[in-house]
Design a binder for this molecule. Structure first.
Ligand SMILES: Cc1cc2nc3c(=O)[nH]c(=O)nc-3n(C[C@H](O)[C@H](O)[C@H](O)COP(=O)(O)OP(=O)(O)OC[C@H]3O[C@@H](n4cnc5c(N)ncnc54)[C@H](O)[C@@H]3O)c2cc1C
Length: 587
């Protein structure tokens, strides 16, 4: 196999909001940057973000970053690291204004300021009245954001490698990262991209569940790359199920619908969230609302012939509000649920949406090694930002519109830190050929496999197993069985065969490579979920139904090698303000 070698200052794997925000920083500083993406940059999943970006601009109701910080800590069910949360909330206004100056077309209020809408878990004055914090461009905020960042990057001469798939990290004998191996999807050719710094920005892995709001490309590739090269994965038991995926299709109906005044009803027409969250009602935190929907269905108050979904009502809103503020939602409802929300409610169910866990990093996006082998140490040359990283600012449950904020704040912070690194690195380190050979062997095995498992079928089994064994509520026997089942499926994934090589071109090869990444994510999730004997945020165990701060105020770290779990403490100390100690979480 002929291997092409190329050299860059930095290679960024992923052209979503996180990767492009970091790339912009580097290209503007004059560095030679390569950004790889499996799809055209503006088709990354960030483009699908609907509701908004959280920032305490206070354009509609009074607000400040300290209240935002409190809500994020509480939303995280106290698992979020408070230094990172302070860092993020304090910089929110600045990154939003920066986007405005980049040319992003936010919606406007009458007075010309950026339009903001209320979202779940947002409060004024540390748990008081509802706050209005999400800056939006109709229900297409991610679209506006991603196109803005792409255009700025083109202007700054960022070099995009479109339809290129990162395969594995290249590490040298000291463990420093010196590049990546990558597959050019069109030709099937493999290259080694040598770099002084590699940044993983590969987004989420929601495609590991059967019902998901995520794009097909969200297969956790960065996590697979990290895990295979010995980096642990943090807090993988915490998956957000969004309360309102379209029933039967999984496509997302944004929380913005409830922010604009929509609400959920059961088969009796009851606004049931009033029972579960008397104050915040439909704008309680997502984990709370998803559990409420699941309970309604379990107790027979679901809608339809099979009583297996709930209804999201917005037909009491003015048609003009729906057309102006939620045009994309209306289109989705008509296309995927065959209802026009101006006239009828939308059938919805909780659907896998966001991965709170990921590759462990510090505030500057540097990937850090396990805590229990001594003080946390940075892996030289390796960074991660966006949904694939875990800082952790979202802890056990992310608040709506805090992810777009996360990718902007930490994309920029990582970019700045990488510039500092690069200034100190005049030369590339040597490429370690063993590491490259291991990656090539993985692809060669796949190409040469005979009588192996079918990729699509095995992927379907994996998704079904995750849905059944690691859903909104988690049961001890199902978790135990789930670990065995996913382990068995993962073993078979190591022997998948690309059928009909002559006919299916490269897509089958890519699906097989993606599946091996999803298997790493699934294993990390099941093993971490089985080990955490408490309920916190999105991890709701039937047998340990309450949060246990005495024993579990700690992050999980899953190691591929030996499928081992270690833990590291939550950083409760913020940067400058007083800590928010764990309290009962009531909405
Ligand atoms: C439907 C939907 C609506 C949402 N709405 C909101 C919202 O309103 N507000 C909010 O805050 N959050 C929202 N979120 C969450 C938020 O959009 C995401 O968490 C965030 O955009 C992730 O950004 P990212 O840059 O990390 O990853 P992505 O935008 O997913 O980008 C990942 C990039 O990595 C590339 N990639 C992946 N693997 C490889 C590989 N092996 N080689 C090369 N490239 C690779 C992809 O091609 C892509 O370019 C929403 C999510 C969904 C699914």
């Amino acid at each position: 196999m002929k291997i092409i070698k190329r050299k860059f200052d930095a290679v960024i794997v992923g052209a979503g909001g996180a990767g492009m925000r970091a790339a912009l920083q580097l290209s503007e500083a004059g560095f030679k940057v390569a950004v790889l993406s499996k799809v055209f940059p503006t088709r990354s999943h960030t483009v699908a973000a609907q509701g908004g970006i959280a920032a305490s601009l206070g354009n509609v109701t009074e607000d400040n970053w300290h209240w935002h910080m409190y809500d994020t800590v509480k939303g995280s069910d106290y698992l979020g690291d408070q230094d990172a949360i302070e860092f993020m909330c304090r910089q929110a206004n600045e990154v939003v204004y920066e986007l405005e100056h980049f040319g992003m077309h936010f919606d406007r209020l009458e007075n010309g300021k950026i339009y903001q809408r209320p979202f779940g878990g947002q409060s004024q004055n540390f748990g008081g009245a509802q706050a209005t914090r999400s800056c939006s461009a109709a229900d297409r905020t991610g679209h506006a954001l991603l196109h803005t960042l792409y255009q700025r990057n083109v202007y700054a001469n960022t070099q995009f490698f479109v339809e290129w798939m990162g395969l594995d990290l290249v590490r040298d004998e000291q463990g420093d990262v010196t590049g990546v191996t990558a597959l050019e999807m069109e030709t099937g050719g493999i290259s080694v991209l040598q770099a002084k710094v590699v940044l993983l920005a590969t987004g989420g892995a929601g495609r590991g569940f059967q019902a998901s709001t995520n794009a097909f490309i969200n297969t956790g590739d960065g996590l697979g790359m990290a895990a295979r090269s010995g980096v642990p994965l943090e807090d993988m038991e915490f998956w957000q199920f969004h309360p309102t995926g379209v029933y039967g299709a999984g496509v997302l109906i944004s929380e913005a619908v409830r922010g604009e005044g929509g609400f959920l009803i059961n088969k009796d027409g009851e606004r049931f969230m009033e029972r579960y969250a008397p104050n915040a009602k439909d704008l309680a935190s997502r984990d709370v609302v998803s559990r409420a929907l699941t309970m309604e269905i379990k107790e027979g108050r679901g809608c339809g012939g099979n009583t297996d979904h709930l209804l999201l009502k917005l037909n009491h809103l003015n048609a003009d509000i729906i057309n102006r503020r939620l045009p994309g939602i209306r289109e989705i409802a008509i296309k995927f649920a065959q209802v026009d929300p101006i006239k009828d409610p939308i059938p919805v169910v909780p659907t896998a949406h966001y991965m709170m866990g990921g590759i462990p990093t510090n505030l500057y996006g540097q990937v850090v090694t396990p805590y229990n082998t001594g003080p946390e140490e940075v892996i030289q040359g390796l960074y991660a930002v966006g949904e694939c990283a875990c800082l952790s600012v979202h802890g056990a449950n992310r608040l709506g519109t805090n992810s777009l904020l996360d990718i902007l704040v930490f994309g920029r912070a990582a970019g700045k830190k990488i510039i500092e690194d690069l200034k100190k690195m005049p030369h590339h380190k040597k490429l370690h050929t063993n590491s490259v050979d291991m990656s090539l062997a993985r692809v060669a095995r796949l190409d040469n496999q005979k009588n192996g498992e079918n990729v699509a079928q095995t992927a379907e089994e994996l998704r079904k197993a995750m849905q059944k064994h690691c859903g909104v509520f988690r049961f001890p026997d199902l978790l135990k069985e789930g670990v065995d089942k996913i382990s068995e499926i993962a073993k078979r994934i190591d022997n998948t065969e690309i059928k009909d090589k002559s006919k299916v071109f490269n897509t089958a090869r890519i699906e097989a490579l993606e599946l091996s990444n999803l298997a790493e994510v699934a294993l990390a999730t099941m093993v971490s979920a089985e080990a955490r004997n408490e309920s916190r945020g999105a991890h709701a165990r039937e047998d340990f139904s309450i949060r246990n701060d005495d024993n579990w105020l700690k992050h999980s770290l899953y190691f591929k090698e030996g499928r081992r779990i270690d833990y590291k403490p939550v950083r409760l100390k913020p940067l400058t303000v007083k800590s928010f100690p764990p309290e009962a979480r009531i909405y």
